[in-house]
Design a protein around this ligand. Structure first.
Ligand code: EPZ
Length: 424
């Protein structure tokens, strides 16, 4: 799928099953390397980024078997007793930054690895210095050579107290994975508290790791000598759920989201959406979200969990574009995550950017237009704007959507939404 044609003025009404979280599945897949005995993951979303991680693991020597559970989920068995390669090459890492997650597990289990530096990406510079400092604190020797991170350890990793200067999600995951096999206890301060970090820690504990404090700022990891096989269900994708909540908001629809406790996974986001005027009620196995009356403008600051997630900022902006009054969004995580603003403006939105704050003056109506996706969440924001707009829109470069939203056209079709895929 290259482009999608979206017909405007559509209402999203129906039931949407929420898939497993991409951002939980990727670190869990990398964690399989820590054990000689493999790992079985269930509720894995069939997504491009998951395929990319499978390619990377296969290249290392992991034997991967994918079985379909249903249209929206696979189970993946990872057999890890024959790893022979310790290189994550540039061609693979450049496709997906989360490849950096193999650093911690390769280093912990094999004492060496060579991983390409990921480089920047559309939403910001995205350095990985904190991953490297954490590995060094655990006793690894880290060198940067010819665009690669060459990491090794002579006597194995050893437990340490390490404080992240800023909160990093994959940084916390990487160091936590490395520390599971280190000698002694590691205490990670100012750790990320994201549910995906908790899911990883819970899976590692099922494999025999001794991790406590996950979900708080201080995570303690008592090193063990090896880990065993387990089976783990990937937690539901809170960002996919939040994105569809906004679909109900922007189209004045009603959606039953199935598959998780989304109040617990999205506390600040749901609180803010209630202030905007969306209503939520618990249903069997999920939550119902709907909009009936007029929506109110909002003031939003993105922040690490449990704050308002940056990964829902673009979608929220799309909705606020048609809310009467002035809204403000400050993006505090990524320095270049407002690229959707210019595309929304092509549809008639009134957005002024000053530094990392966007002022959004609500307009009565957006108009369909050809627009260009720049990254995963920005793509969804354009789709949302197009659903609510007057007239047709063509959203280009939607391969971004396929990286992180499972079966989007099929899920929306279940809610009566008509979207045409354009293959070229
Ligand atoms: C994760 O990225 C997510 N990706 C991102 O989701 C998400 O936006 C982000 O966390 C924040 O919630 C995955 O989980 C695979 P960070 P990550 O390290 O871990 C700076 C999506 O749309 N930083 O928490 O790479 C960094 O520049 C994606 O699904 C350093 O300075 O993000 C940023 O400003 C996009 N040095 C801040 O920290 C480092 O070594 C937070 O980044 C690491 C990070």
């Amino acid at each position: 799928m290259v482009k999608i044609k979206v017909y405007g003025n559509q209402k999203v009404e129906g039931v949407i099953p929420i898939s497993g979280a991409k951002n939980a599945a990727l670190p869990l897949m990398a964690a399989s390397i820590l054990s000689n005995n493999g790992l079985k993951l269930k509720n894995v979303p069939p997504l491009l980024d998951v395929d990319n991680m499978l390619c990377l693991l296969e290249n290392l020597g992991v034997i991967c078997q994918v079985d379909q559970e249903n249209t929206f989920a696979n189970s993946i068995s990872l057999k890890t007793d024959a790893i022979y390669n310790f290189l994550a090459p540039y061609d693979m890492v450049k496709k997906m930054r989360a490849s950096i997650l193999v650093l911690g597990s390769l280093l912990a289990r094999y004492g060496r690895c060579k991983v390409s530096l990921p480089g920047g990406c559309a939403i910001g510079v995205r350095p990985i210095d904190l991953h490297l400092k954490g590995m060094e604190a655990l006793g690894a020797k880290v060198e940067l050579r010819d665009g690669y991170i060459c990491a090794s350890t002579d006597k194995g990793l050893r437990g340490v107290e390490y404080k992240f200067p800023i909160v990093t999600v994959t940084g916390t995951e990487n160091i936590m994975m490395a520390a599971t096999l280190a000698e002694g206890t590691t205490v990670l301060k100012n750790s990320a508290q994201e549910p995906e970090v908790v899911d990883l820690a819970n899976c590692l504990n099922k494999m025999g790791a001794k991790i406590s404090g996950q979900g708080t700022k201080v995570i303690s990891i008592k090193g063990v000598s090896d880990l065993h096989w387990t089976e783990h269900n990937v937690l539901p994708d809170r960002i996919e759920a939040g994105s569809y909540m906004i679909a109900a908001g922007i189209t004045k629809g009603c959606i039953d989201l199935q598959g998780g406790n989304f109040r617990e996974l999205l506390p600040a986001f749901i609180e803010k959406m209630k202030q905007v005027g969306l209503t939520f009620c618990d249903i069997d196995g999920g939550i119902r979200v709907q909009t009936t009356g007029a929506l109110e403008p909002a003031c939003i600051n993105t922040a690490p969990h449990p704050g308002f997630p940056t990964d829902l900022q673009a979608q929220t902006m799309a909705m606020l574009c048609i809310v009467n009054g002035e809204s403000y969004i400050t993006e505090n995580i990524w320095e270049n995550r407002f690229m959707h603003a210019a595309e929304l403006a092509r549809m008639g939105a009134d957005i002024t950017l000053t530094g990392h704050t966007a002022r959004i003056r609500g307009v009565p109506l957006l108009h369909g237009a050809p627009v260009m996706s720049t990254d995963l969440r920005a793509s969804f924001s354009l789709l949302l704007a197009a659903l609510a707009a007057k007239g047709e829109s063509i959203v280009d470069r939607v391969y971004h959507l396929e990286r992180g939203y499972c079966c989007i056209v099929e899920k929306l079709a279940r809610c009566g939404v008509v979207i045409d895929k354009i293959k070229h």
